[in-house]
Design a binder for this molecule. Structure first.
Ligand code: SAH
Length: 386
């Protein structure tokens, strides 16, 4: 029999307001072990079924409001709904996010599709107990050639779970060739950052490709060249900077795959490179800034904002008249209004007049739910200099 967990009125209110998490402080009692539980209020009325993580601050994650079995057929229905959502979104790529956790109603589950393969992350102790059902549904609905678990993520530690990379179905190659729009790329599902590539920026890379019309382009925090490759199709020359030699090695392979010979790869610190370009008077028609999350938690935000402001300010100064800056932040803790405020402050200090041309977000394969702020973390803007 499924265990029951009692929650306070405040805990119950979170579900009514459309957020799937109930925190430790709102849980009255609960079993020792993780798993699927029935959640009840103080009068023992059923509120729903949830994933239970006895060691996590996020104790309960709502899966199902009704009293229906959460079995193989339930998981099949959920995966199939997520697949349909992606079909309706019309995604011009062979790699995209198939399941975006809470954004798809499946808390703490991430599934990225890379062509014929799937890369999966199980990010809570409750979810981990459902592993066979989840993998079974993915195999049945997607018929992948292989499934790799990229469970080497720090958040698993807060759940009392080990970190590991495991092949759990078929075979998965070390590099997978994918395409997005007119660009081909090699992703590294085993060793790459995240699940092998940064899929959330895909639509913004298409925007970058449109922005680059001749002239020089600069791609800072390039990883394996994703933006640089799109820029290089329109720009005369691209300079791409990243601190990871491993990522840049694949970037060079990616350029060759696309027969692009106009990209220069620079291994280094983007802060330094921007400073140096400013000093030496280099100018660019297009600049892309896609830094890693500077604010990993709320207390790191003031320091992070200083970092974001510095790179944006310098990038603005590097723009030729009429040049465009595509800038982004993937720190959840830096919300959209604060991101725009940071850009305004940078613009004020840059001495340049900048027009806000476009606001950017994450792709439709990363659904952002209005009542669940954590589902939306990527924001960006295109700024045009006079
Ligand atoms: N633009 C990429 C994703 C960038 S992720 C894409 O669309 O695929 C952030 C990247 O910044 C990582 O590749 C990381 O290696 C790099 N990085 C982190 N700190 C850096 C620094 N100080 N200077 C340059 N690159 C850095």
């Amino acid at each position: 029999m499924t265990a029951s967990v009692r929650v306070s009125a405040r805990g119950a209110a979170r579900w009514v307001q459309g957020h799937p998490w109930i925190y430790r402080s709102d849980v009255v009692d609960g079993p020792e072990h993780p798993g699927l539980v029935r959640v009840v209020d103080s009068r023992h009325r059923l509120l729903g079924q949830a994933l239970y993580s006895p060691r996590s601050e996020i104790r309960l994650r709502l899966l199902e409001k009704n009293e229906v079995p959460v079995d193989a057929s339930w998981w099949n229905r959920q995966v199939s709904a997520a697949v349909d959502r992606r079909r309706r979104a019309v995604i011009d790529a062979t790699a995209y996010r198939l399941i975006h956790g809470e954004g798809d109603g499946l808390p703490s589950l991430v599934v990225d599709r890379y062509d014929r393969w799937l890369v999966v992350q199980l990010l809570s102790a409750g979810l981990e107990t459902m592993r066979p059902l989840i993998l079974g549904a993915l195999v049945e609905q997607c018929r992948p050639e292989g499934i790799l678990l990229r469970n080497d993520v720090a958040v698993r530690r807060h759940e009392g779970l080990p970190e590991s990379v495991e092949l759990v179905h078929g075979t998965v190659p070390d590099t997978i060739e994918m395409w997005e729009g007119k660009v081909r790329m090699l992703a590294a599902p085993r060793t790459g950052q995240k699940t092998g590539a940064f899929l959330d920026q895909r639509p913004n890379r298409f925007v970058a490709g449109e922005l680059a019309r001749g002239g020089e382009a600069l791609d800072c925090f390039s990883y394996h060249g994703s933006f640089a490759l799109h820029l290089a199709r329109g720009a005369a020359r691209v300079t791409a900077v990243d601190s990871s030699a491993e990522a840049l090695a694949r970037a060079a392979d990616n350029a060759a795959l696309n027969q692009l010979e106009n990209i220069e790869w620079l291994e280094g610190d983007a802060f330094e490179v921007l400073r140096q370009f400013e000093r030496t008077g280099r100018r660019f028609a297009t600049v892309v800034l896609d830094p890693p999350a500077f604010a990993k938690n709320k207390s790191a935000l003031p320091e992070a904002i200083r970092g974001y402001k510095e790179i944006n300010l310098r990038a603005m100064r590097l723009l030729e008249p009429g040049g465009a800056l595509l800038t982004a932040s993937c720190s959840f803790h830096l919300r959209r209004p604060e991101f725009l405020a940071m850009l305004s402050a940078a613009a004020a200090d840059s001495g340049r007049r900048l027009r806000l041309e476009q606001l950017l977000g994450q792709g439709p394969d990363h659904p952002e739910i209005m009542t669940i702020p954590e589902t939306g973390y990527l924001k960006g803007a295109v700024l045009r200099a006079d």
